[in-house]
Every structure is written in structure tokens, then in C-alpha cells.
Design a protein around this ligand. Structure first.
Ligand code: ZN
Ligand code: ZN
Length: 177
């Protein structure tokens, strides 16, 4: 959804929207939007070309467990407050005005605010550092790849002393005639 900032009525405007997961295709690499996103936002002019956004987005994101590779969902309730200023020219990039408050500053381009992009950024911020289906996830067997949450495989835990590894390799080498 692209919001034409020149078409905002008055000083402040309120939006309520539901975004289908398909609005976030193609998905970001590390998550997928699993259910429709309920979104509300207040946008307010706060100076020449400067907009202040207060928003809230609730949904569920589907992630892949870092240990067992199973997919699982996490609920997201993201509340955020951002300041939008025009994208600086390449020439002046790097020079930023010092703001009086500590709001995160984002940029809009060509007079339009990309709401979908804004939500993608919020979802990224909401992702857990280490995605795990459960704190107690047992992961995959390093030998046979079985998901140890679902099955107990019969593999013996093979631990080779790293100092002996070169020797083992030597012994396993096919004999030359
Ligand atoms: Zn897992
Ligand atoms: Zn196994």
C-alpha cells in the first residue's frame, strides 16, 4: 500500500486496514506472514514535509526453527512511532538534522509513504533473535537427520576426538596397489 502524502486531509488522519498475507509477497527471507495483518495508524503533519506516524499491527508470523527446521508461528503485536522525512538527495546523504526527540527517522520517496515496507521493517524488529519452535527443541540427529522431537533414532552418538581425526582419515584411505 502506497500512501500519497499530498492527499492527506487536514493535520491528522486515521487509517484502519486489513492486509492479506499476499500483500507481503514475495516474503522476506526469515519469515512469512501467516494470517491477515490488522493495522491501524495515525499520521500527523509535524512540520514542512515531516510526518509523525503512530501505528499498531497485529498478526502471526511463520518462522523456521533454527534447530529442527520445523515451521512454527509467533504472535506479533507491534506498536511503533516513527518520523518520516523526505529521502535526502544522494549529494546530501549522511547529513541529518538532529531531532529533539528520540523517534526513529524513516524516509519516504516521491511524496509517498510505503506502508507495506514500513510493516516489513516492524516485522523484522519483532523477530526473535534465535527462532526456536520450543525452548526445549531437541533438533535434528547429526547422523541420520531425524527430528528428535518426534522420534528417537537408533544412532549411537559418535564422537571422534578431534586429535585422532587425521589418524582415522589415514586408516580409512583406500589402499593403493
Ligand atoms: Zn525446533
Ligand atoms: Zn539418528
Amino acid at each position: 500500500m502506497l500512501l500519497d502524502l499530498s492527499k492527506l486531509h487536514g493535520q491528522r488522519q486515521h487509517f484502519d486496514r486489513t492486509f492479506q498475507p499476499s500483500a507481503f509477497e514475495p516474503p522476506d527471507e526469515d519469515y512469512r506472514v501467516a494470517i491477515p495483518v490488522e493495522f491501524s495508524m495515525d499520521i500527523e503533519r509535524s512540520g514542512s514535509g515531516v510526518f509523525r506516524v503512530t501505528g499498531r499491527a497485529t498478526t502471526r508470523l511463520q518462522l523456521e526453527c533454527g534447530r529442527c527446521l520445523d515451521e512454527f508461528e509467533v504472535p506479533v503485536d507491534a506498536r511503533f512511532e516513527l518520523r518520516y522525512v523526505p529521502q535526502p538527495d544522494a549529494a546530501t546523504d549522511g547529513e541529518r538534522e538532529i531531532a529533539e526527540d528520540d523517534l526513529t527517522t524513516s524516509f519516504y520517496r516521491d511524496g509517498t509513504l510505503d506502508v507495506t515496507e514500513m510493516l516489513r521493517e516492524q516485522f523484522q524488529l519483532a523477530l526473535p533473535m534465535k527462532p526456536l519452535c520450543a525452548e526445549s527443541c531437541r533438533g535434528l540427529c547429526p547422523e541420520c537427520g531425524a527430528n528428535l522431537n518426534r522420534t528417537d533414532c537408533t544412532c549411537e552418538p559418535k564422537w571422534v576426538d578431534p586429535r585422532l581425526a587425521p589418524l582415522k582419515e589415514l586408516l580409512n584411505r583406500p589402499k593403493e596397489n
